[in-house]
Design a protein around this ligand. Structure first.
Ligand SMILES: Nc1ncnc2c1ncn2[C@@H]1O[C@H](COP(=O)(O)OP(=O)(O)OP(=O)(O)O)[C@@H](O)[C@H]1O
Ligand SMILES: [Mg+2]
Length: 149
């Protein structure tokens, strides 16, 4: 996976495929933070992560649920995926209430709308930025972020 470069994603299938590729490098304890506006394709990318890890679906945009755990399926990587949508979260204290640090011990945690709040869960994370161009092509960039001591 090439980091810090802009990747053009013409179709939803391309965004899902990016998620699937990212999943290959993820394991328990890995945090993925997704940023980008409404409809940018964050949930589509999570669908790809779920497929890549081989967890039970479906991955949806939760209306009331803020965090959902997808359990490993036989034949998959054996790692659960915890999908969080922080859009409706009031802030860091509410994030803490989800006890995601416990989940993170043995799962991959992905947080939509997580930039600025989810970083507290881990000293290092993968940041995926998604934007939507006027021609509807999505542009993604993947960054490895480490907190400096
Ligand atoms: N290249 C593309 N990548 C991703 N989604 C695309 C693309 N082209 C079209 N789409 C469509 O755009 C929509 C993206 O929706 P999605 O729910 O993934 O956005 P989101 O970033 O999660 O939004 P929200 O902030 O509301 O959660 C889907 O309906 C998808 O089919
Ligand atoms: Mg979404």
């Amino acid at each position: 996976m090439e980091l810090d470069v802009e990747l053009e994603l013409p179709d939803a299938a391309d965004t899902e495929a990016l998620g699937e590729r990212l999943a290959a490098g993820l394991g328990p304890g890995d945090l993925v933070v997704l940023s980008g506006p409404l409809g940018a394709g964050k949930t589509v990318l999570v669908r790809g992560l779920a497929r890549g890890l081989g967890v039970a679906g479906p991955v949806t945009s939760p209306t009331f649920v803020i965090a959902r755990e997808h359990r490993p399926l036989p034949g998959g990587a054996g790692v659960p995926l915890v999908h969080v949508d922080a859009y409706r979260l009031g802030g860091a204290a509410e994030l803490d209430d989800l006890d995601l640090d416990t989940d993170l011990a043995d799962a991959v945690v992905v947080v939509e709308w997580g930039e600025g709040v989810a970083e507290r869960l881990s000293a290092r994370h993968l940041l995926v930025r998604l934007t939507r161009r006027p021609d509807d092509v999505r542009v993604a960039s993947v960054h490895r972020v480490e907190e400096r001591p």
